[in-house]
Design a protein around this ligand. Structure first.
Ligand SMILES: Nc1ncnc2c1ncn2[C@@H]1O[C@H](COP(=O)(O)OP(=O)(O)O)[C@@H](O)[C@H]1O
Ligand SMILES: [Mg+2]
Length: 297
């Protein structure tokens, strides 16, 4: 489509314009998802940039992101559409008052259709009708299996039929980004329809770029040490290793405390920004902390 990247290098560069720093594999997956019009399935630990990739992809496509957050019990009324009953009843009363007999067509028309993200993704973006829509189906592992089956159908032909209204078919298939934190395995059939990409923790130089863009207030030297420290933490067998989000938060926290040099005291005092489980915090005794600090430049 017009305005979409023509190469992997261009995909990388355009993601950067949206302050997203991807490695080549991820940029390749996104490029192919656009080119082949296939959904992109992203798995990885929390805080590694899955949701953010979808936001950056929407920016790259020149549209605003449509986001469906999954949860147990998510139903089609919240995901697809719902009729605006109060407004329909109002229209019915108005028609009756003026002696008309309202037709089905006048009651089931577009303005009374509350369009949820999955339906919106099939329709053009009013703000930029030429852009491809970008739909994020976030944390699909939280939804239940019947919802997966329903998605599978939607993703196979990008159309839905609404009994009172008719069939809505996407003129241009949306880019669908699905994410999972892998709290359970997602069904094979759904995965098969998608291009799959695992997002791991970023390499040190990439994470440094991310932090430089997202927590510039911390200054280069501190950023470099903080990133090295976090990478050292990730080699430990922690219950929950810090994600990129935590690295950014930590740099911001250190800057807010006017810390310019990482010393044992300031690290100790701010560990709660990086580690969110008491067991992990308990493992960070003075010796371990000193060992991690020694690994920083
Ligand atoms: N590759 C990246 N480039 C830029 N920012 C990133 C990247 N990865 C993570 N982030 C930052 O980390 C935060 C958390 O990422 P998020 O996408 O919410 O993680 P996930 O959805 O995987 O749990 C984002 O708000 C963003 O600021
Ligand atoms: Mg997320």
């Amino acid at each position: 489509m017009l305005g979409e990247p023509a190469s992997i290098d261009e995909t990388l560069a355009r993601l950067r314009e949206h302050r997203y720093f991807a490695n080549r594999e991820l940029a390749t997956a996104l490029f192919l998802a656009l080119k082949m019009q296939r959904p992109l399935f992203l798995e990885g630990e929390p805080g590694v940039g899955k949701t953010e990739l979808a936001k950056a992809a929407a920016g790259l496509c020149g549209t605003t992101l449509l986001r469906l957050q999954c949860y147990e019990g998510l139903d089609t009324a919240s995901a697809l559409y719902e009729w605006d009953y109060p407004r329909q009843i109002m229209a019915l009363r108005l028609a009756e008052a003026s002696g008309e007999t309202p037709s089905n067509d006048s009651l089931y028309r577009s303005e009374f259709l509350l369009k949820r993200p999955l339906l919106q993704a099939l329709l053009p973006d009013p703000a930029n009708p030429d852009a491809r829509r970008v739909l994020l189906i976030d944390e699909i592992d939280r939804a239940d299996e019947p919802f997966e089956a329903f998605l599978l159908e939607l993703l196979s032909d990008f159309q839905v039929s609404i009994p009172e209204y008719g069939t809505v078919r996407a003129q241009v298939p949306p880019l669908v980004v699905m994410t999972s934190n892998r709290t359970r395995e997602v069904h094979d059939a759904l995965k098969r329809r998608c291009l799959y990409q695992w997002i791991g923790y970023p390499a040190r130089d990439v994470e440094l770029e991310i932090v430089a863009a997202r927590a510039p207030e911390a200054g280069q030297a501190l950023q470099a040490r903080a990133v090295a420290f976090v990478h050292e933490l990730r080699t430990m067998d922690l219950f929950k290793a810090p994600g990129v989000a935590e690295t950014i938060d930590w740099c911001r926290a250190l800057a807010a405390l006017s810390v310019t040099e990482l010393d044992p005291q300031s690290v100790h005092d701010t560990l709660g920004v990086l580690l969110k489980y008491q067991d992990d915090l308990a493992r960070m005794d003075a010796d371990t902390l000193a060992r991690c600090l020694a690994a920083t430049p």
